[in-house]
Design a protein. Structure first.
Lengths: 203, 156
């Protein structure tokens, strides 16, 4: 009976991988993918990007394990989470262009589902309007969000920004000087600010 | 209840489900059945109420797709010139005569034999995948194996 057992072969792995990719592509065309994700290489390390039908919902830095991020998305949004190069194509190309200095404003819709409405979301929406190459302060963002004295709370909200880089929380700095904290490690904040400063001063 | 991201199911079980389908419907149609299996599973996934045995559930879906396939292929016999020379996939170990014998078994015995001897699943999981009792799973695997022996006395 042992002869019945099919040997594990490269063929089986490759064939099932191709079939699995076909499943993901067909699922997307049938509208069955609620969250599509992909990895992007960038100067600040691997980024995981996830989109829904509404828009970009999550950008995660390499310190966060892919498994963990996907579990969170499955739990918060829908378990229909699939790897989808097609669904993330637009944002991946925009990120490439941003790091190359070819694009200054992301033209991608944001899905705010992971941001509880209220102060948290207003802080992020205010931050989304800070232009490329400019910076604002925690106090100013708090004020625009409707709570002028909540600078510290604004900082906490920015720390939990689910879509860093695209919602540019790196452009928010302390009023007293320095670059302040960053949810995705401070070297990245410095890198992004220097990148934007260099590009903005080119012209 | 938190269901894991569907991509994880696909990654963790794709090789085994593919192997199962190659063994049950043949290499020619395994791809189609695989896609139908995972699309059907994805469609039903958010409504799933018991996540304790996702593997068993996937195999149940795969089994029903394989049975659909047997039913429709019985109704629509292949034109003679399309019949492949062997019913066996290249991936199978080199015992084509054994595979054609498996293909002769009635669907339930065939599924039970494949689950038991190709996939090495315990009877409890086979029962779940086929939607039958553990005793029936055991009986079908046993009966299938007995038939294979008598058909192909040389091996088994």
């Amino acid at each position: 009976m042992k002869d019945l057992r099919i040997r594990w072969t490269e063929d089986l792995d490759a064939a099932s991988r191709r079939a699995a990719e076909a499943v993901a592509a067909r699922a997307r065309r049938s509208g069955l993918v609620d969250v599509g994700y992909a990895s992007v290489d960038s100067p600040v390390g691997r980024l995981l990007v996830a989109t829904t039908r509404e828009g970009l919902v999550r950008v995660a830095f390499a310190e966060e394990s892919v498994d963990h991020v996907l579990e969170e998305l499955a739990s918060a949004l829908s378990p229909r989470v699939l790897e989808s190069p097609a669904m993330t194509d637009r944002v991946r190309r925009q990120l490439d262009a941003y790091f190359d200095g070819r694009v200054r404003a992301f033209r991608t819709k944001i899905d705010w589902s992971l941001c509880s409405p209220g102060f948290f979301r207003r802080v992020l929406e205010a931050t989304a309007r800070i232009p490329f190459g400019a910076v604002s302060t925690y106090g100013m963002v708090a004020k625009v969000a409707g709570s002028p004295r909540a600078a510290r709370a604004a900082g906490n909200a920015l720390h939990d920004n689910p879509v860093p880089i695209v919602v540019p929380c790196h452009r928010v700095v302390p009023s007293g000087g320095g670059i302040g904290k960053y949810g995705g490690q401070e070297w990245r904040k410095r890198f992004l600010l220097e990148l934007e400063c260099a590009i903005a001063s080119r012209d | 209840m938190d269901l894991p991201p569907f991509q994880r199911l696909l990654e963790e079980h794709r090789v085994d489900v593919y192997r199962f389908l190659v063994a049950t419907v043949g290499a020619q149609d395994a791809d189609d059945c695989f896609q139908e299996t995972f699309l059907a599973a994805l469609r039903a996934y958010p409504r799933l109420r018991d996540a304790s045995n996702l593997r068993g559930w996937l195999f149940r879906v795969a089994t029903s797709k394989a049975m659909d396939h047997w039913r429709t292929s019985k109704r629509r016999p292949l034109p003679v010139e399309d019949v492949p020379e062997r019913a066996t996939p290249e991936a199978a170990d080199g015992r084509p005569e054994l595979w054609s014998a498996v293909a002769e078994l009635p669907p339930m015995q065939r599924a039970a034999v494949v689950h038991r001897y190709v996939l090495d699943l315990p009877y409890a999981e086979i029962a779940q995948a086929l939607g039958i009792s553990e005793e029936a799973a055991r009986a079908n695997a046993y009966e299938g194996r007995r038939k294979l022996r008598s058909m192909q006395g040389a091996f088994a």
